[in-house]
Design a protein around this ligand. Structure first.
Ligand SMILES: [Zn+2]
Ligand SMILES: [Zn+2]
Length: 343
């Protein structure tokens, strides 16, 4: 394939440019050229573009890492895929060689590749992906929903750590796309009461629609009061999808309960370590995912959750900046870009 294509390119902190760039070509043995069907805008994309980029970004990179596409062509070594295959992408392949990879902890790999930050991603009609990053997904799954495979895999990675049991009460802090995916997943694995806290009315409405039992506006109601009223001892699990709510999460869980920290927010909080020791509460971090794409794909293919509800906008690539602005102003849930749609 030759010629140029429109792409959303990171040009240093605060700058995303829509520009014509050459259509990429297969170079490495293991390369796959993907025709991108849909690519979701992630909260991390905004954090990255608005800065600081955490040192993983390279100026001139095509952004976008939550995507589904069709194999357009393959390098000679990419034997597991053929033209036309429909795939989703793991955007953070580990090196498989460092100490962490060798100890079976690839999310902590010293040499993670960040497709969509340091390497060209999916806000473009075509992109190159190493075949090891690709997973097949059914053509029955609508493209914007299939693009949720990556965030859903990350949600499942966190869920593995907190071990939600049938009947458990779970508090979810924040009803952005990750929060509402958590509401649906903890319900799917048998949680009893799910209580969500979210200041935005629009997001609270969505949380209600996807099955949260109690939807709390933390500006109007005391979350801890609600949780204690509903549980008498506190929630079994609290999930902070925002990243600066550890104190709140610790307040609402019972003794020996668990807090899952999902959101990446560069904030410091003050906690009392002796209280953690006395109450044997657990604080668990979770980052990206490993080996959970197959499960995320099964969840989407099986219709286990209503993933479509999480998507509020599908926009053409030419309107990506508008999509990002909607997210900054919290006037959208998940915004997905269709690089082939016209205005
Ligand atoms: Zn993401
Ligand atoms: Zn590694």
């Amino acid at each position: 394939m030759q010629g140029t294509m429109l792409a959303a390119v990171y040009e240093g902190p605060g700058h995303l440019a829509l520009k014509e760039i050459p259509v990429p070509a297969v170079r490495q043995d293991d390369d796959v050229l993907l025709r991108v069907e849909a690519c979701g805008i992630c909260g991390s994309d905004l954090g990255f573009i608005d800065g600081p980029d955490g040192g993983v970004g390279a100026s001139g990179t095509v952004v976008g890492h939550e995507l589904v596409g069709r194999v357009a062509s393959t390098g000679p070594g990419a034997k597991h895929f053929a033209e036309g295959d429909r795939v989703v992408l793991d955007p953070c392949p580990p090196c498989l060689r460092c100490t962490y990879c060798l100890m079976g902890a690839p999310t902590q790999c010293d040499n993670l590749t960040y497709i969509g930050y340091g390497v060209d991603g999916g806000f473009a009609p075509y992109m190159i992906a190493p075949s090891q990053t690709l997973h097949r997904i059914s053509t029955e799954v609508p493209a914007p929903v299939a693009a949720l495979a990556e965030p859903l895999a990350c949600v499942l990675h966190g869920l593995e750590k907190v071990d939600v049991r049938p009947g458990d009460t779970v508090v979810v802090l924040g009803a952005g796309p990750i929060g509402v995916l958590y509401v649906q997943m903890v319900k799917a694995v048998g949680a009893g009461k799910v209580i969500i806290s979210e200041p935005s009315a629009m997001r609270r409405d969505l949380a209600r629609m996807v099955g949260a039992d109690y939807v709390v506006d933390p500006k109007a109601e005391d979350l801890q009061d609600v949780v204690m009223r509903e549980t008498s001892v506190g929630a079994d699990v609290a999930i902070d999808t925002v990243g600066n709510l550890l104190s709140t999460a610790l307040e609402v869980i019972r003794r020996k309960g668990a807090v899952l920290l999902f959101g990446l927010h560069q904030a410091n909080v003050t906690i009392a370590p002796w209280e953690i020791a006395l109450t044997e509460k657990r604080i668990l971090g979770t980052l990206i995912q490993s080996h959970l794409f197959p499960q995320a794909i099964k969840v989407l293919e099986g219709g286990i959750i209503d993933a479509q509800r999480v998507i509020s906008h599908v926009l053409p690539l030419s309107r990506i900046c508008e999509g990002m602005e909607l997210l900054r102003q919290q006037r959208a849930h998940k915004v997905v870009i269709d690089p082939w749609a016209s205005e």
